[in-house]
Design a protein around this ligand. Structure first.
Ligand SMILES: [Zn+2]
Length: 348
């Protein structure tokens, strides 16, 4: 099947009442890990490429790796998604390449660091929506600012400085027509999210519930949502690593989100931890090893294991065969004739 629009995939997820993980990739092994996990669990899949990934792997390499995945796993509905686009131009370049979904993160200015004003965010996001929808491409926007920094992107901080205001979320969704909305509820990018198991004082699930109440049909997105499990952490430190203790977003909180409008869950850190732990283990236990496959194979398997587990926990497992991909051209027609609504349902 062709690459799927994220809008179609999230609409289907809403019908089925499940969430879909969006997994970041930078290289072939990570693409393979996501696809094998998807096949193993019979899941639809979202592969995310950040600006950092596009730079690291070069656009064409990454694009063709994902196309190869699409070719080799024809039974898996697959979205090619740009994570945290920082400008109209970045989103446009991804759309021109063939991405079927882009995130315009207008919560930050183009430098990817400085919080933008609400009006700036609305303006640039709307510009991307107009351009993308004409071409059948999905747009995710962000309102509120996440904490932490990853790949040089982010405002830093704890994530509590710019929690999403539910009224602003409504206005943002109405004025931009985004297909999916990332919200800030206290989570952060990177490995260090919380200094203890998070409670309601730092992880604002009540804000998420309030936004879902106001925007019951809007697909919400949780960023910075790795769980940072202790066992992955421990493997790294057991084999010579020096990670400080840290806590991520507990799976049960993500599942609460999924019961309340969350359709996309971004996961990157957990996979990074799994890969690094596996590489460290091999090199520690077999100092004579020098064939890269000796550690890349276990690294790929470790990531696949994490992804497959998340696919089951988010509920997407078993849903790959529910539907067939509608072409991007058909999706574009849907936006044009209004069958794909860009007006959110608002409960006042
Ligand atoms: Zn993010």
């Amino acid at each position: 099947m062709p690459l799927v629009s994220m809008r179609q995939l999230l609409d289907e997820a809403a019908k089925g009442g499940y969430g879909v993980g969006a997994f970041n990739v930078n290289d072939m092994e990570q693409v393979q890990a996501v696809m094998e996990a998807a096949r193993q669990t019979n899941s639809p899949a979202i592969i995310s490429a950040s600006r950092g990934a596009r730079k690291f792997a070069q656009d064409r390499y990454l694009f063709h790796l994902i196309l190869a995945a699409n070719e080799l796993y024809p039974e898996i509905p697959l979205v090619m998604h740009l994570d945290h686009g920082n400008s109209f131009e970045t989103c446009k370049s991804a759309i021109e390449l063939g991405y079927t979904s882009v995130m315009m993160d207008g919560s930050l200015k183009e430098d990817g660091k400085t919080p933008a004003s609400f009006e700036e965010n609305v303006a640039v996001t709307k510009q991307v929506v107009d351009y993308a929808h004409e071409r059948g491409v999905t747009v995710e926007g962000e309102i509120g600012v996440l904490g932490g920094i990853e790949d040089g992107h982010g405002a830093g901080g704890t994530g509590l400085e710019h929690i999403t205001d539910p009224d602003q979320a409504v206005e943002f969704a109405e004025r931009t027509g985004v297909d999916a909305l990332a919200i800030a509820i206290g989570t952060s990018h990177g490995a260090y999210k919380f200094s203890k198991k998070p409670d309601g004082s730092v992880l604002k699930m009540n804000v998420l519930l309030a936004i879902h109440k106001r925007l019951p049909n809007t697909h919400l997105v949780m960023h910075g949502s790795s769980s940072v499990p202790k066992d992955l952490h421990d493997i790294i430190n057991k084999y010579g690593g020096k990670l400080k203790p840290t806590w991520g977003v507990p799976i049960e909180e993500i599942q609460l989100g999924i019961r309340n409008g969350v359709r996309k869950v971004n996961v990157d850190t957990d996979n990074r931890l799994a890969i690094t732990g596996a590489v460290r283990k091999v090199l520690w236990e077999s100092p004579e090893a020098f064939d890269p496959r000796a550690y890349l194979r276990p690294a790929r398997e470790a990531m696949q294991k994490v992804v497959a587990l998340r696919m089951k926990q988010f509920g997407q497992a078993g849903h790959a065969g529910d539907y067939k991909a509608v072409s991007i051209a058909e999706i574009a027609k849907g936006y044009k004739n209004g069958t794909l609504s860009t007006k959110p349902l608002v409960a006042r």
